[in-house]
Design a protein around this ligand. Structure first.
Ligand SMILES: C[S@@+](CC[C@H](N)C(=O)[O-])C[C@H]1O[C@@H](n2cnc3c(N)ncnc32)[C@H](O)[C@@H]1O
Length: 142
């Protein structure tokens, strides 16, 4: 999680998940319990300084199908994020690396000034999941 003073004046951080997770969050961060594909972005409020998606599909064992479903979740998270983020704000989204990974990275590049790929140290060796980070939402109104 980012410190509020590093993410913008309000430091508002948004996460979304189908399930309610019992985690204690600082006052500037919230997780909304909803289906990312069903929510109307206008219902999310905002603006936010960071949107974080740890969303992932239930794995089926069919690698490409799982990667594609992860890509769809990632792209939906990015779509929601770009609807609610302030200019200069940031996005972090989990994705399973696969054939669509470069499309996802390019989509982040279009919306943000910088893109980073992060593989947390705690990630299992056999896992193909990473986080794509978009830094500095481009100002689409400028
Ligand atoms: C890897 S788990 C991460 C859970 C949580 N962040 C944690 O660390 O315990 C993936 C999460 O994606 C969520 N998810 C899958 N599809 C979703 C959707 N359509 N909308 C919202 N959340 C979804 C699941 O509910 C699940 O909790």
């Amino acid at each position: 999680m980012y410190a509020a003073e590093r993410v913008g004046p309000s430091g508002r951080v948004l996460g979304i998940d189908l399930d309610d997770h019992e985690v204690t969050l600082p006052a500037h961060a919230e997780i909304r319990v909803l289906d990312a594909f069903a929510v109307d972005p206008e219902m999310l409020g905002g603006p936010f300084d960071v949107v974080i998606s740890d969303m992932a599909p239930k794995t089926s064992g069919q690698r490409h199908a799982d990667q594609y479903r992860s890509y769809e979740l990632f792209m939906r998270a990015l779509e929601l994020a770009t609807s609610v983020l302030e200019p200069e704000a940031h996005f972090v989204g989990k994705i399973f690396q696969g054939q669509e990974f470069e499309d996802a990275r390019n989509a982040v590049r279009e919306a943000f000034g910088k893109v980073r790929v992060i593989r947390p140290k705690a990630t299992r060796d056999e896992s193909y999941e990473v986080f794509l980070v978009g830094l500095g939402r481009r100002d689409v109104t400028a």
